[in-house]
Design a protein around this ligand. Sequence first.
Ligand SMILES: Cc1cc2nc3c(=O)[nH]c(=O)nc-3n(C[C@H](O)[C@H](O)[C@H](O)COP(=O)(O)OP(=O)(O)OC[C@H]3O[C@@H](n4cnc5c(N)ncnc54)[C@H](O)[C@@H]3O)c2cc1C
Length: 450
Amino acid sequence: MYKKLQSIEKVDVLVIGAGSAGCLAALAAASSKKHRVMLVERYGFPGGTSTQMLDTFYGFFTPGETPKKIVGGLPDAVVNTLDDLGEIFLRPNTYGAGTGVNYNPERLKNVWDNLLLEAGVQLLLHTTLIDVNQKSNGMYECIFWNKSGFWKIEPKRIIDASGDADFCHLSGYKYEVAGELEPAQSMTTTFRMANVDLEAYEKAGGKKALAKIMAATTHPLPRKEGSAHPMNIEKCISTVAVKVAGLRALNVEELTGAEVEGRRQAFVFEKFFRQEVPGYEHSKIIGLSNQIGVRETRRVYGEHRLTKEECMLANIPQDTILLCGAPIEDHRAGNSGEMETIWQYIPQGGVYGVPYGTIVPKDSNTVWVVGRCFSATHDAHASCRSMAQTMAMGHAAGLAAIQSLEKDEAANQLNVQALRESLFQQGSVLEVPDKKAFTGKNDWALNTNQ
Ligand SMILES: Cc1cc2nc3c(=O)[nH]c(=O)nc-3n(C[C@H](O)[C@H](O)[C@H](O)COP(=O)(O)OP(=O)(O)OC[C@H]3O[C@@H](n4cnc5c(N)ncnc54)[C@H](O)[C@@H]3O)c2cc1C
């Protein structure tokens, strides 16, 4: 069918999508130094949501008065590198997803590039998965398109980190589409503003004053809450405020509508800030997210499906590959059409373990699925989607793919205790830590936990 194939490549591990989950999967797979690992990304830079639109890693810490650090290992290496460059600060929060690690997203693009290339990952940017052919014995041919033409890649193992589960969709694995059973989470165009006088803003009452101004304003704001927080660049703020609901991100006409609506809303906010909020009089939008932020689309049915009940039980099962303590954070349109965010916390500041089966599509021998398309119900996903968790999923899948190759184990038959041992050796946190347990170079972690 693809008569003009430009290239046919054979690789050991193919990772599709270079978001936080995919980058970590590729780094973990490459950490064995023995296998050819390829990471393919449709845009011109790695990072996915982490660099397309955000600036804060959540999920490393539990929320509450005494945050515990519950993700470690290779995800720490990313933060340590940013820390060495002076590009992070902590945003201590006792509510929401807890303490965040704020970073400069433009620098993070460069950090992802360097970490991947130093690890020996073959990185292909501007390259989109467009088709999959199933061969015998659980193997696949993946067809990509880029400016050089069509590429056929024949991998031994595949990690779908495309966010939308594009590989699983094209190869016939079963999934739930957000919105089918419960309302899908809304979408958000993030924007950054420069020339904000943050001193004047704080003097005038900061966040509390802003809430009052928002409640009273006649500006047609789509939502009267959300985050407008300082960046690690002077006089600049970054927002998660815009909300677009009721449009499907897997329908390109509706996604186009969502992009247009997201940008429209961003400038409604700009006008409001400039006219009504002290300190913002001379500010302007200097950047919109590369694309509208999509919280959920396809969630693959895996060997295990994480549920809200499991999250709320705060249990850590034997086959845990990562921990999560973040509340369910569900952004949706309320009954009156007004945008709202529903929060449900894990009882008593608890932490739950995410089982290995959540990253293995049902009956899969050679494929894993990580990041925002992993196997979870709508509610459980709304808790377990912060970037520390998506990075930890990638870490686990990268090591699982290598173990599967070296020991000839199918993805759904993998020796999970051996995988946990490898994760532990690389610093992953698999049990709720005691505060003194942190050692090593993670000053940013130590500072929070002392
Ligand atoms: C608006 C918004 C705000 C959020 N706020 C926070 C926050 O403040 N902190 C936090 O920790 N988490 C936050 N989250 C959640 C978190 O950012 C995501 O769940 C997480 O980044 C998902 O990572 P991922 O690697 O699974 O997917 P993505 O980051 O979406 O990466 C998927 C990658 O795959 C690529 N791709 C897609 N299809 C193809 C294809 N066919 N071929 C090749 N490449 C492909 C994409 O371009 C992308 O780079 C937020 C999410 C949204 C949408």
